[in-house]
Design a protein around this ligand. Structure first.
Ligand SMILES: Cc1cc2nc3c(=O)[nH]c(=O)nc-3n(C[C@H](O)[C@H](O)[C@H](O)COP(=O)(O)OP(=O)(O)OC[C@H]3O[C@@H](n4cnc5c(N)ncnc54)[C@H](O)[C@@H]3O)c2cc1C
Length: 407
């Protein structure tokens, strides 16, 4: 193991954007369906059929404004949204030749950075506390600001952007793209307090009578793990590994890294690991067909992995400090040696502080204990993707306004 300049640091990123001629040619392929499946499938109702129609009628400026009217994080979604499971999934053009590259069109239009002047209602003396400065917390604060509320955001890390800036590798989502969408959300009605961990620096008693509404947008912050791995020097949680890969200027290199898990996060770990290790192996407890990651992540993960071992679940370390796995469906054991094991087997909501506010059963929030408390984003979305997390915001804004008799 040695330290070297981190090749994953984002200075190396090159944006690959289609040009206007390519985008227009792509838009022209749209069949203009009567019941546009692209729009029906989008959790946020971004209505691709409408921005494609605007583009086809030559209204590029209108199309560019339209994407931000529908989705304040359009440029980010244009980079990372798993469009193959949403807008591109049932595109009828796919039955003729290939589906339309809706995400590329969305990304191009968002890159033009056209937004209509936004209207802000007069201040109404109400103040919300938002816990979690990820994408959902920021969009929430912005929407409340437009409705006349002030917000204070508490964020435990030293920057805003949540999983986008903490974990997604910079080669998929560089900071310039994150800033392009998040910076315009901030305004004087939003107070940001970084390096403030709720449950540690601030507690339920500190806030429950101080704010008109308290909104949790803390995402899924509690990694699943195995007891035998706790504090083992060869084990690192995926969240910590990805943070290290994205943010440390100098990084330790390894002979062999094993990534355990089959999610999008596991695929990001494999792709990142390949840049700092000679050999990279993926291990998943079930069959290949049951991998949960999206198509694009899977392609990247498989390209990076030197080998992928299926139907293996970790059980202990042997005397030499290597991890022993068991066949998921049988009893036979196999040792898979490595210099580092990255554990990417899922995340849950952190019930340690949430239990003061909510009744939680099996990691799911069932009821609230305090009436002015709300939650949104990954904590409540079904898909654990950005569009799915963002699609929960509007409903919570309505509930907050309704609770405060402002609707
Ligand atoms: C590795 C990885 C890859 C992903 N890839 C994709 C992808 O390709 N496409 C896609 O659509 N989605 C992807 N996602 C999912 C996407 O990032 C999330 O859906 C989105 O970030 C959810 O936003 P959020 O604001 O709800 O939560 P988060 O982004 O998790 O933000 C929560 C914020 O709360 C803060 N916080 C947590 N606890 C506390 C506390 N106690 N006190 C104060 N602050 C706290 C955290 O530091 C964080 O900033 C990926 C996620 C990960 C982890």
């Amino acid at each position: 193991m040695a330290k070297k300049n981190n090749p994953l640091i984002e200075d190396n990123y090159q944006e690959e954007l289609l040009d206007l001629t390519q985008i227009q040619a792509e838009a022209k392929r749209c069949l203009n369906c009567k019941a546009p499946r692209c729009s029906l499938m989008c959790p946020m109702q971004c209505e691709p059929h409408r921005f494609i129609a605007l583009l086809n009628s030559g209204n590029i400026e209108e199309a560019a404004k339209f994407v931000y009217e529908k989705n304040l994080l359009s440029y980010i979604c244009g980079h990372i949204c798993p469009s193959e499971k949403y807008c591109e999934k049932n595109c009828l053009r796919g039955r003729i030749d290939r589906v339309i590259k809706v995400r590329e069109i969305h990304r191009y239009l968002a890159s033009l950075n056209r937004r209509d002047e936004e209207e802000f209602q007069p201040l109404n003396n109400k103040h919300a506390l938002i816990i979690g400065g990820g994408p959902v917390g920021l969009v929430m604060a912005h929407k409340l600001a437009k409705r006349g509320l002030k917000s204070t955001i508490l964020e435990k890390s030293s920057y805003l952007g949540g999983a986008l800036r903490q974990q997604i590798p910079a080669f998929r989502l560089p900071s310039s793209v994150i800033d392009h969408d998040l910076n315009p959300l901030l305004n004087e009605r939003i107070e940001i307090k970084l390096k403030m961990t709720f449950g540690k620096d601030v507690t339920c008693d500190d806030v429950k009578d101080k704010y008109d509404a308290i909104i949790f947008t803390t995402g899924l912050d509690k990694p699943r793990t195995y007891d035998f791995m706790l504090d083992h020097p060869k084990v690192i949680l995926a969240q910590d590994f990805l943070k290290m890969c994205r943010h440390e200027r100098e990084i330790t290199t390894y002979d062999k890294i094993v990534v355990i898990g089959g999610s999008d996060t596991a695929m990001d770990c494999l792709t990142s690991a390949k840049k700092i290790a000679r050999e990279v192996i993926g291990v998943y407890r079930r069959e290949k067909e049951r991998l949960r990651a999206n198509k694009e992540s899977l392609e990247m993960g498989f390209k990076a992995a030197d080998d992928f071992i299926f139907n293996r679940t970790p059980i202990r370390f042997d005397e030499a400090g290597n991890m022993v796995f068991k066949n998921y469906y049988g009893e036979e054991e196999e040792t898979i040696p490595a210099s580092l094991y990255v554990l990417a087997i899922g995340v849950l909501i952190d019930d340690s502080y949430l239990k003061d506010f909510f009744e939680i059963e099996d990691g799911v929030i069932k009821n609230k204990k305090i009436s002015n408390v709300f939650y949104a984003g990954d904590m409540s979305s079904s898909d654990k993707t950005l569009v799915s997390a963002l699609s929960t915001v509007e409903d919570v804004v309505d509930k907050v306004l309704n609770y405060l008799n402002l609707d």
